[in-house]
Write a protein that binds this ligand. Structure first.
Ligand code: FES
Ligand SMILES: [Fe+2]
Length: 436
């Protein structure tokens, strides 16, 4: 170790291209193109086309006067002017420059300066399929014969009163460092407590013991804490390729509860290699938020009622930085070759390893292994929180074991019916705690 010798300190500029680059033809760009991604809030479409850059492609999203959504290459197939200046028509979008009219699927409907021509019959504007779900617009940018079905996660209908409130946040950095944040729960007691000051509730400052397990969808990440006679376990979903779900961030760690279901679902969608969106749903129901702490008014375009996800106020950003500052602070693309990972970073290492397997498997000519065709039934997910009175675990090993065994039970519980799953889990985890 040579201190004060920055001159000789190795510093790589080598990006982890395989996992971070997202353009068409790159390994990860091709992998991500095998899934549906949210790209806009329904409320962003207000009568005029919306220019968007998605996975490095310049596109334009619009809703024609029939109500049909279209997602087209941004530059007109005639002489290339931007269709963000196009006029929304009864059917499709008309280019401002020479009036070509495009249908929502890219078909050329009119070339008014020369109505009868072979180009109109043989060419078309690049277009991608879209779908709309609960206030978010999703797109699929991959090959048509590999288009997956759209997954409906069980957390979206956890109770009959569950409401999904959409949000979209912009980040000036690579998608992966944002996604990795969920697989790195050891940042929580520091960034959201001991270092930056309490950003959620004081209970989060307690150091957790971490457990990780693979699920049929990706990874489940569990943090186990013990405080004031209670065991507190929180498990978040990391779903491939770019989805995550969390239990409530308002939890104080003081009230007893057992909750299967997510408080938020979010995708990290690359706009390009150095810009991303965090797009998702905040979930509302009386079970998740018995004290009514969520605030729908603070959720939407560039806002969410969840501390630290958007840029801090200028006077706070260096005194109480949040997730946003920490992730942007890793640079436009985090350079993995310069990191020094510890065992507490094993969730990040696991995520990268699985992602690399998926990406290289596709490169080898296989279809991505994780499910891409979903049944009509809601897809079981694993986000979970338990707060239960318990004796102080005898030693760190039994403390660790209860976290690990809880994850095993969570995964096993997915074979139960959705109505019996919560009860089954409550009983099994109760038995685990009694054996402490
Ligand atoms: S450039 Fe679009 S119609 Fe000519
Ligand atoms: Fe965080």
């Amino acid at each position: 170790m040579n201190t004060l010798d920055g001159y000789n300190q190795p510093l790589s500029t080598q990006e982890d291209v395989e996992l971070t680059h997202v353009a068409r033809g790159t390994p990860c760009g091709e992998y991500l193109r095998r899934f549906w991604h949210p790209i806009a809030l329904t409320e962003e479409l207000a009568g005029v086309p919306l220019p968007l850059r998605v996975l490095g492609e310049d596109l334009v999203l619009f809703r024609d006067k029939r109500g049909e959504l279209g997602l087209l290459f941004r530059h007109c197939a005639h002489r290339g002017t931007s269709l963000e200046f196009g006029i929304v028509s009864e059917r499709g979008l008309r280019c401002c420059y020479h009036g070509w009219l495009y249908d929502v699927d890219g078909r050329i409907l009119e070339t008014p300066a020369q109505p009868d021509n072979p180009v109109r019959r043989n060419a078309c504007q690049g277009a991608y399929p879209t779908l709309e779900y609960s206030g978010l617009i999703f797109a699929y940018l991959g090959p048509q014969d590999e288009r997956p079905t759209f997954p409906i996660y069980d957390s979206w209908s956890a109770t009959s009163d569950t409401e999904l409130v959409p949000f979209k946040l912009s980040y000036a950095c690579n998608w992966l460092q944002i996604h990795e944040n969920t697989a790195d729960p050891m940042h929580i007691p520091f960034l959201h407590g001991r270092v930056s000051g309490v950003q959620f509730t004081p209970g989060f400052s307690e150091l957790p013991l971490l457990s990780f397990a693979n699920t049929p969808l990706g990874i489940v990440v569990n943090s186990t804490r013990y405080a004031e006679g209670r065991l507190w376990m929180r498990a978040a979903d990391v779903i491939f390729p770019n989805v995550a779900q969390y239990p409530p961030a308002f939890e104080t760690g003081e009230e007893e509860r057992l909750l299967l279901g997510a408080w938020a679902t979010r995708w990290v969608v690359p706009s390009d290699t150095t810009r991303s969106w965090v797009i998702g749903f905040r979930h509302f129901n009386t079970r998740l938020d018995p004290h009514g702490q969520g605030n729908r008014e603070e959720i939407g375009l560039e806002k969410v009622d969840f501390s630290g996800q958007t840029p801090a106020a200028p006077e706070d950003r260096q005194r109480s930085p949040g997730d946003y500052e920490a992730m942007i602070g890793q640079g436009p693309i985090a350079i993995h070759a310069n990191e020094h990972l510890l065992s507490s970073d094993r969730g990040v290492a696991r995520l990268r390893k699985l992602l690399r397997q998926q990406v290289s498997s596709l490169q080898a000519g296989n279809t991505p292994e994780l499910p891409r065709v979903y049944s009509e039934q809601p897809v079981p997910t694993y986000t979970y929180e338990a707060l239960a009175p318990a004796p102080l675990p005898k030693d760190p090993a039994s403390f660790q074991r209860i976290g690990d065994q809880t994850l095993d039970l969570l995964i096993e519980s997915a074979t139960e019916t959705s109505s019996s799953r919560g009860e089954w889990l409550q009983r099994k985890i109760g038995e685990l705690i009694r054996c402490l």
